[in-house]
Design a protein around this ligand. Structure first.
Ligand code: 5GP
Ligand code: ZN
Length: 116
């Protein structure tokens, strides 16, 4: 089947290995790689290999399930036994900067009780 790709999208290029990244987990549907500008001791991004703008852009249930599985694999690989936080940004108010759906996995230290 046809892959959904945006030729100008940096995360599409990471998904296709055209741009290098530190890969933490990968399967047919998703890839997880360390954020270039980490906001916590562990800061890994989980993305679908297909291009969707954000969490509301018609992401198939199978892909969402693969992302959930990838989060579990990241937590295992990074030793996040005391927990972690998952964040996804959509749109301007959330400060989304890369318009390819991604989930941030943050952890490796106590993150505090607030959401922000
Ligand atoms: P957003 O603000 O869109 O939710 O988050 C985008 C994230 O992607 C940021 O945390 C930023 O550091 C990260 N990022 C942007 N470009 C690259 C890149 O080329 N490689 C990697 N590994 N991370 C990137
Ligand atoms: Zn993309």
């Amino acid at each position: 089947e046809l892959a959904l790709t945006d030729t100008d999208c940096i995360f599409c290029k990471i998904a296709s290995h055209e741009i290098p990244s530190t890969i933490v987990y990968e399967d047919d549907l998703v890839i997880a790689f360390d954020d270039l500008s980490p906001q916590a001791p562990v800061h890994t991004l989980v993305i679908p290999k297909d291009h969707y703008r954000d969490i509301t852009d018609g992401v198939p249930a199978e892909t969402l399930a693969a992302m959930t599985h990838a989060i579990d694999e990241v937590a295992r690989a990074k030793g996040l036994t005391d927990g972690f936080r998952v964040i996804t940004n959509k749109g301007a108010d959330a400060g989304q900067t890369v318009m390819h759906f991604h989930m941030h996995v943050l952890g490796g230290k106590p993150l505090g009780e607030g959401l922000l």
